[in-house]
Design a protein around this ligand. Sequence first.
Ligand code: NAX
Length: 302
Amino acid sequence: AKEPLRVLVTGAAGQIGYALVPMVARGAMLGPDQPVILHMLDIAPAAEPLNGVKMELVDAAFPLLKGVVATTDVVEACTGVNVAVMVGGFPRKEGMERKDVMSKNVSIYKSQASALEKHAAPNCKVLVVANPANTNALILKEFAPSIPQKNITCLTRLDHNRALGQVSERLKVQVADVNNVIIWGNHSSTQYPDVNHASVKTSSGAKPVRELVANDEWLKGEFITTVQQRGAAIIKARKFSSALSAASSACDHIRDWVLGTPENGEWSIVQGLSIDEFSRKKLDATAQELSEEKSLAYSCLQ
Ligand code: NAX
């Protein structure tokens, strides 16, 4: 039998945490034959609900779940973890300045980075979900220099899955038959969902998405804005932000990374893609936003 792997979920008493921990315990993240020990971290005011989540995990009697650590102590939470899913963060509240929210998250990610650096298992793989996800991951990387840079990532897979969902609904094809959709840039409304290189598997071979949709206006307009603004649409409909889709996408992200997608294993940056003028503008806009976020984050460190 395999040795259990330790999976940290921060912010585990929150909505994504509540959706995510049972998925991990059922093997959706690391595979159906991989035992896991869950480490759940939250802050002191959430200690009681966190313990409630632990009780439910025990009650669900997951065969793969070999242990649960529920704690408000960051060192205890980070000790020996093989995978760290960072969902905890400071939310933007009404009337708060961007800089104030950034400053709170910079200090959270700085201290949690140090705890991971010192106490996580060697080669720990990190996925940052909490927003601003890209910038929180950057801060984590800065303050955990001994964790390989390649191991520090943030969640774009939800945006990717949203794009697959839109293409599949539009073309009435299986989501699993849609390949090579790209999300460029920030996890925000400037992200650029790009189907220029995407294809659909059909009985007569792979066909370009652009050709099958045959409606450039939709692809350059509604498709992009729907994916960009899907988070807001979910909040409007549900009165809460996306949780089950975020949790499921976090599992997809780690699973494909650790177990390999059907075609490859370790991640690498695809080279040599042609970028047209329309795409270039979208890429530049989201890159600009990321660089502004980076400056804001660094100004919070001073
Ligand atoms: P919730 O507010 O339900 O849960 C957040 C939890 O984090 C709370 O239990 C809170 O007590 C805890 N927390 C706060 N500070 C902490 C700290 N220093 N250490 C440990 N835990 C801490 O939010 P939820 O809906 O679960 O969303 C969590 C985060 O995911 C948010 O930042 C949200 O913006 C982000 N999202 C990111 C997505 C992505 O695709 N990258 C999509 C979904 C989601 O919106």
